[in-house]
Design a protein around this ligand. Structure first.
Ligand SMILES: NC(=O)C1=CN([C@@H]2O[C@H](COP(=O)(O)OP(=O)(O)OC[C@H]3O[C@@H](n4cnc5c(N)ncnc54)[C@H](OP(=O)(O)O)[C@@H]3O)[C@@H](O)[C@H]2O)C=CC1
Ligand SMILES: O=C(O)C1=N[C@H](C(=O)O)C[C@H](O)C1
Length: 267
């Protein structure tokens, strides 16, 4: 059995992960950590009676006591880096879903994991469809190098742009730089931000936040007399759960932290 702890457990994603891990036959849910809801039994959060596991507020103490094999983190930009370092220092595999870390922090985590040979994953998106969207976008940009990204999320999302949009832009940039590196025409913005944020290589990212949305992204390519749109929609947060389970299982055999669920799916 894989011993799994969840941090950010009281949040939208955390509750979904608690439920999923609780029902997984090869996993033991051994703890739940969050800044909110201290002492609350997680049973009602996942739609069952009391289960005897309560929310705690100190990750390090919870790790020392329960010795999990993996910690799944769905906290947020403020907490995710220190939580991940804490996991590695205790030789526990971090499975990171929370977004908002900068590239320097991700690199530091990867390097530390290599030094101490502890596996883990940082995945800005666990939905298999989103991983395919990124892969297809990398294929398309080889033939249609002009591209912009529109990501659309619920209005409670803290970070912008989304981790998925950044990962998509990074992947496209890597692909495009090698084969088609090109500049964009100069332009004048009469309303600041109208053209979105500019990522490496001039790739524009536009962030939409509205109630009613969950998590959506369009990658739009333009060519002579044509456009191609690759779109992914997460309609519910269940969409992320098969990827979370796959990540927990596969990282048991890793000796370093990798960035992107694609690394576990395709390599
Ligand atoms: N990789 C993926 O596939 C996905 C990633 N995400 C990402 O997951 C993260 C969480 O999203 P979501 O569930 O919607 O957000 P929520 O705000 O619903 O949940 C986050 C929870 O983490 C808690 N938290 C914050 N800081 C700490 C801390 N230091 N220690 C313990 N708990 C803490 C929050 O408490 P409080 O409110 O008190 O701060 C909150 O309960 C976001 O970064 C989001 O972008 C979301 C969906 C899919
Ligand atoms: O906050 C969210 O909801 C999501 N966050 C992730 C991101 O920033 O890319 C993944 C997904 O888009 C949902």
């Amino acid at each position: 059995m894989i011993r799994v702890m969840v941090t950010g457990a009281y949040g939208r994603m955390g509750r979904e992960v608690l439920k999923t891990v609780w029902h997984a036959e090869d996993m033991d849910l051994v703890g739940a950590v969050d800044g909110r809801g201290e002492g609350v039994d997680i049973g009602p959060l996942i739609g069952i009676d009391e289960v005897g596991i309560s929310i705690e507020n100190n990750l390090e103490e919870a790790i020392k006591r329960m010795r999990p094999d993996a910690v799944v983190d769905f906290t947020g930009p403020q907490a995710v880096y220190s939580n991940t370092i804490c996991c590695l220092e205790h030789k526990v595999r971090p499975i990171v879903g929370a977004t908002g870390m900068d590239p320097g922090q991700i690199n530091e985590i990867v390097k530390l994991s290599e030094q101490i040979r502890v596996g883990g994953l940082i995945a800005p998106n666990f939905a298999i469809g989103a991983i395919l969207m990124m892969r297809f976008a990398c294929e398309a940009v080889r033939f249609l190098p002009d591209v912009e990204i529109i990501e659309l999320h619920h209005d409670q999302k803290v970070d912008a742009p989304s981790g998925t949009a950044i990962k998509t832009a990074e992947a496209i940039f890597e692909q495009r730089e090698n084969e088609y590196s090109q500049g964009l025409p100069t332009e004048m913005e009469t309303l600041e931000g109208a053209r979105g944020g500019k990522f490496h290589g001039g790739i524009r990212i536009h962030s939409v936040r509205l109630p009613g949305l969950v998590a959506h992204q369009e990658v739009i390519f333009g060519g002579l007399g044509q456009t191609l749109t690759i779109r992914h929609d997460s309609i519910t947060r269940e969409s992320f759960m098969p990827g979370v389970l796959l990540a927990i299982r596969k990282t048991m055999n890793l000796e370093r932290v990798v960035y992107g669920l694609d690394k576990l799916l395709f390599e």
